[in-house]
Design a protein around this ligand. Structure first.
Ligand code: NAI
Length: 256
C-alpha cells in the first residue's frame, strides 16, 4: 500500500484559545500552514492586519457567555468547527502554605474552568455537526508531577488531564478524539516572568523552579513553541485517529 504522508488540514476550522502569544501563536501559525482556517480566542485584541483565514474573537475563557459566543461566532463566520485547542493558561506561584485564595481562584478559573467551558461548548457543536472532531488540551508536565511553588498551577494542570480522560470516554462514540499535550519548559513570556515569592523578587521558571540550566533536560535544550505546535498538528490530523484520552509529554525527555 502506498501512503502519501502530509499534514493537510484544508477545509478544517480550528479554535485556539490564548492564540495571540507564545505556544498558542505557534499553534495558530502551524494550523494555517496546514491549510486550516483558525479562530484566535484571546483576551488580547486582534492585530490590525489579520489574514482572511484568521478570525480574532476577544474571549475570556473563564466566562461561559463569552465561550458560548466564541463557538457561535466561529460557526457563523466559517460555517463549521473541527478542532479545538485549549491553550490559554496562566501561572501563579507561591509556597503552598502561602497561596492566596485569589491566586488559587484565578489559576483554576482560567486553566481548569476555562478548559471545561470550552470543551463543553465545542463538544456540543461537534456532536451536532456529526462529523467527529479533535480536542487538544494543553496541560503540562505539571499535570503529571509536583513542583515546588506551583500548587495551584499543578492542581489546575492535573485537572486538565482528568477532564481529558473523561471527555475522551464520553465523546468516543461521536468520533471526537480528546487528547492533551504536556509540555516541559518552553521559551515564552510565561517562563520568563519575574515574581515576588515570600517577599523576594525572583526570576521564576514556570515549569521547574529549581532548574538553573538545561542540564536536567535529556535532549539538552529548553523547548520552543514550535516543538509543541508540531505535536498539536499531529493530534489535529487523521494520523492520530486511533488515539484518545492521552497526555503526550513533549519535554525533551524531562518527564517520561
Ligand atoms: P503565554 O503567557 O506566552 O501565552 C498565554 C496566552 O493566553 C496569552 O496570549 C494570554 O493573553 C492568553 N490568556 C490568558 N488568560 C486568558 C483567558 N482568561 N482567556 C483567553 N486567553 C487568555 O503562555 P505560554 O507559555 O504560551 O503557555 C500556553 C499554554 O502552555 C498554557 O496553558 C501553559 O500553562 C502551557 N504550558 C506552558 C509551558 C511553558 O514553559 N511556557 C510549559 C507547559 C505548559
Amino acid at each position: 500500500m502506498f501512503v502519501m504522508y502530509t499534514m493537510d488540514l484544508t477545509g478544517k476550522v480550528a479554535i485556539v484559545t490564548g492564540g495571540a502569544n507564545g505556544i498558542g501563536k505557534a499553534i495558530v501559525e502551524a494550523l494555517l500552514d496546514c491549510g486550516a482556517k483558525v479562530a484566535v480566542a484571546d483576551k488580547i485584541d486582534a492585530p490590525a492586519n489579520a489574514a482572511a483565514n484568521v478570525l480574532y474573537i476577544a474571549t475570556d475563557v473563564s466566562k461561559s457567555d463569552q465561550v458560548d459566543n466564541m463557538v457561535k461566532h466561529v460557526i457563523d463566520h466559517f460555517g463549521r468547527l473541527d478542532i479545538l485547542v485549549n491553550n490559554a493558561g496562566i501561572s501563579t506561584m507561591d509556597y503552598f502554605v502561602d497561596i492566596k485564595e485569589n491566586d488559587w481562584d484565578k489559576t483554576m478559573d482560567v486553566n481548569a474552568k476555562g478548559v471545561y467551558l470550552c470543551m463543553q461548548a465545542a463538544a456540543n457543536a461537534l456532536k451536532q455537526q456529526g462529523e467527529g472532531g479533535k480536542i487538544i488540551n494543553i496541560s503540562s508536565q505539571a499535570g503529571k508531577n509536583g513542583y515546588r511553588l506551583m500548587g495551584s498551577y499543578v492542581a489546575s494542570k492535573h485537572a486538565v488531564l482528568g477532564m481529558t480522560k473523561v471527555a475522551a470516554l464520553e465523546l468516543a462514540k461521536d468520533k471526537i478524539n480528546v487528547n492533551a499535550v504536556c509540555p516541559g519548559i518552553v521559551e515564552t513570556d510565561m517562563k520568563r516572568t519575574e515574581r515576588t515569592i515570600g517577599g523576594e523578587l525572583r526570576k521564576v521558571n514556570a515549569e521547574a523552579i529549581e532548574l538553573e540550566d538545561n542540564s536536567q533536560v535529556p535532549l539538552g535544550r529548553t523547548g520552543v513553541p514550535q516543538d509543541i505546535a508540531n505535536v498539536v498538528i499531529f493530534l489535529a490530523s487523521t494520523y492520530s485517529d486511533y488515539m484518545t484520552g492521552q497526555g503526550v509529554n513533549v519535554t525533551g525527555g524531562m518527564t517520561m
